[in-house]
Design a protein around this ligand. Structure first.
Ligand code: NAD
Length: 371
């Protein structure tokens, strides 16, 4: 039996509620497909501050480094809002990403057919749904560049500085991830930059073109970031895989997320060197609905599917989860963030149960066909 060690960090707010559903789903997949998922839980975020005085305790970090993959719920909450930013729960996220070296952030932007009415875009633009994969560089660019900081000027005013820098190595490795993903999908890759103004973007484009020679089956095109922001709303179907830098990716992925109607539907994967990877829903700890059985667990459950696909190459298992989610939505079940009149309202636990019931049905069918 295959064995996989997975670090489980539920975090704060709705984190533990959605994680519970993700873990139960993972255990079911383990039973149905005979995989041994060894799950070890640790504290992160506000809960870790309360117990250990820091958001990412050494013990939790060491567990994540030993594990084949890390599942994270969400961190943060008003209880810790008054702490200095270097000590807040959210600091754990940057720490974890940096320490694990996860440089490629994958955000699938998928609008299921049955959720089309939840999207703010017109039906004529959405057509039969949306399926885009955004690949964002996560550990370089302006969020990490030096020099940075503030200084007092002789005239008594203040100046603040951030630096946008990218090395050839950083650009090459993110393009290689994006080309491989594009090759597995439709063979179309759009690179987004600001090459008409920025030297970093000119280097970005140059390297993208060079790497494209290694992936002849993928068609690469380039867009300026301002134009891409418009095109995502005007005609999202022109995109399949988008690759971009840290700052542009941060903004464009949130814009694209809105196309799907709810942040509760969005999963993410962050991949690094040495096969390290972190999987988490895009949403935060949602203190407004925490503890009320109102959170949508589907982003977490689909993050589990991403882990099966990208960390363990368990493609069939990942697909079973995604099909089960789609089928439950097709049957009309909705958590409050995606509710519409005439559909069946359910809470966090019930939604998780429904997905697992559907997984069992799909697995029974596969077994009866001998597959
Ligand atoms: P949020 O994503 O937590 O919530 C935004 C809105 O979306 C809220 O109305 C919330 O109820 C709703 N929402 C979020 N997830 C949902 C789900 N699964 N189902 C249904 N509705 C959902 O963002 P916020 O309110 O800006 O931040 C709240 C806290 O989370 C803050 O402390 C913030 O710093 C933190 N945060 C953490 C992460 C993370 O852990 N990765 C990401 C973003 C924000």
């Amino acid at each position: 039996m295959d064995k996989y060690l997975i670090a489980v960090l539920p975090g704060d707010g709705i984190g533990p509620e959605v994680m519970r559903e993700g873990v139960k789903t993972l255990k079911l997949i383990g039973e149905r497909f005979s995989h041994n998922f060894e799950l070890r839980e640790a504290l992160v975020g506000g809960g870790a501050i309360d117990k250990f005085g820091q958001p990412l305790p050494a013990e939790s970090l060491s567990l994540c480094k030993d594990a084949s993959a890390t599942l994270l719920g969400a961190v943060g909450g008003s209880k810790w809002d008054n702490l200095p930013s270097s000590k807040r729960p959210e600091k754990a996220l940057l720490g974890l990403r940096g320490e694990l070296g996860v440089f490629a952030n994958l955000r699938p932007i998928k609008l299921f057919k049955s959720l089309i009415s939840s999207s703010p875009l017109k039906r004529s633009v959405i057509k039969e749904g949306i399926d885009i994969l955004i690949v964002r560089e996560l550990t370089g660019g302006i969020y990490f560049g030096h020099p940075r900081g503030r200084c007092d000027l002789p005239d008594g005013t203040v100046k603040a500085i951030n630096t946008l820098s990218y090395t050839e190595m950083e650009i090459e490795r993110i393009f290689r991830v994006a080309f491989k993903l594009a090759r597995e999908r439709s063979g179309k890759l759009t690179s987004v930059d600001k090459a008409n103004i920025l030297e970093t973007s000119q280097l970005w484009r140059e390297i993208g073109e060079r790497i494209s020679k290694d992936y002849p089956e993928v068609k690469l095109n380039h867009l300026y970031v301002d134009n891409c922001a418009m095109q995502l709303i005007k005609d999202p179907h022109q995109f399949d895989v988008i690759v971009t830098g840290n700052l542009f990716g941060d903004i464009l992925s949130d814009e694209a997320a809105m196309l799907t109607g709810s942040i509760g539907m969005l999963a993410s994967a962050s991949l690094g060197k040495d096969k390290k990877a972190l999987y988490e829903p895009v949403h935060g700890s949602a203190p407004d609905i925490a503890g009320k059985d109102k959170a949508n667990p589907l982003a977490m459950i689909m993050s589990v599917a991403l882990m099966l696909r990208y960390s363990f190459n368990l493609y069939k298992e990942a697909k079973v989860i995604e099909e089960a989610v789609e089928e439950v939505l097709n049957k009309g079940y909705r958590t409050q963030d995606i509710k519409i009149k005439g559909k069946k309202p359910v809470g966090t636990k019930k939604m998780g149960d429904l997905v697992r019931k559907q997984i069992n049905l799909i697995c029974d069918k596969l077994e009866s066909r001998g597959g």
